[in-house]
Design a binder for this molecule. Structure first.
Ligand SMILES: [Zn+2]
Length: 322
């Protein structure tokens, strides 16, 4: 079998609403790094007309994705057909919902290797091809994929031609749940308790982070890092530069300029194919911890979340009374 050059991937793992998009975008500012967003969303997005890249162009008109896709997957109807096929394979191999259930089986395949004709191997080959082509087109040394899902990270560990490092980001579950509730309320005021939604999000937090920890341990301490959202927003520069070292390509963030707060990071446009609307954010950014949950999260919801998440909260250093 023909061997391919290795490609370095820094995979951002985390439960939704944990800050993965902004973490990825900041990593993408490092020299030699390309943040592609939630790459796992590429296949469905290719079926949406008018879907925009993080740079603001239509995905098929973006100077990066246009080259990557046409060289790797084809154009027009051929591309559309290939995208549907890969989307189908992705759901078959990595699942759609509650994907954490599939992590142990994927990690076992790491020892056995993937059967070359299996759906997992076919999907993995296409994914590695996209990573390699994105590196080739942009000259990037490290591809940052903020797909978040532990399953996809576990699959990467089975791929010998991908040199993967894993950054898992965790967030205080009360802050995460409040962020989910606000998202679900579409900016409307949240009156009263929404304990059912809160409990569901709290359980997703626990299951997702446990599965993430399993994959992180499988990668090993030299290839993985655990960070807390609250520490990242307090010290973004240090966090980002230490992750560059983890990925095997040490790099510094560009200086924010004279007189600027040293915690400021200047965001240039990125070529991201998925993630929340923060992916379009550009210019100087000074992060601060979103603490609205402390006054906004209803006491019943807060008690439910704390009770459900307590064992893992203690492991990550989140105190019940805060
Ligand atoms: Zn673009």
């Amino acid at each position: 079998m023909a061997s391919h050059p290795h490609v370095r991937v820094l995979y951002v793992l985390g439960v939704y609403h944990s800050g993965t998009t902004i973490l990825g975008n900041m990593l993408g500012q490092l020299d030699g790094f390309l943040h592609v967003g939630e790459l796992r969303a590429l296949w469905p997005k290719l079926t949406l007309p008018g879907y925009r890249c993080g740079c603001g162009e239509g995905l098929l008109d973006c100077p990066v994705w246009n080259k990557v896709l046409s060289a790797e997957l084809g154009e027009g109807d051929v591309l559309a057909e290939r995208a549907r096929e890969l989307w189908h394979l992705q759901r078959q191999v990595l699942g759609d919902h509650h994907t954490w259930r599939l992590v142990p089986a994927l990690l076992r395949r790491r020892r056995e290797g993937l059967r070359p004709d299996s759906p997992a191997a076919r999907y993995a080959r296409a994914l590695a091809g996209v990573y390699r082509r994105a590196a080739e087109v942009t000259g990037a040394q490290v591809i940052v994929d903020s797909s978040k899902e532990p399953t996809d990270a576990a699959l990467l560990l089975t791929m010998p031609d991908v040199d993967v490092s894993i950054a898992q980001i965790v967030r205080d579950p009360r802050g995460l749940v409040y962020s989910v509730l606000r998202f679900q309320a579409r900016g409307e005021r949240i009156d009263g308790s929404r304990w059912r939604q809160s409990a569901y999000a709290a359980l997703s937090w626990s299951a997702g982070n446990l599965a993430g920890a399993t994959v992180r341990r499988a990668a090993g301490p030299g290839r993985s890092a655990l960070l807390r959202y609250e520490d990242f927003v307090a010290r973004p520069r240090e966090t980002i530069e230490s992750l560059a070292g983890l990925a095997g390509w040490p790099a510094r963030l560009p200086d924010p300029g004279p007189g600027a707060d040293p915690g400021t990071v200047v965001l240039r446009p990125t070529h991201t194919v998925g993630g929340n609307n923060n992916r379009f954010r550009t210019g100087p950014v000074r992060l601060s911890e979103d603490v609205q949950w402390r006054s906004g999260l209803h006491r019943i919801d807060r008690a439910a979340v704390t009770a459900l998440c307590l064992p893992l909260m203690a492991r990550y250093g989140y105190r019940p009374a805060r």
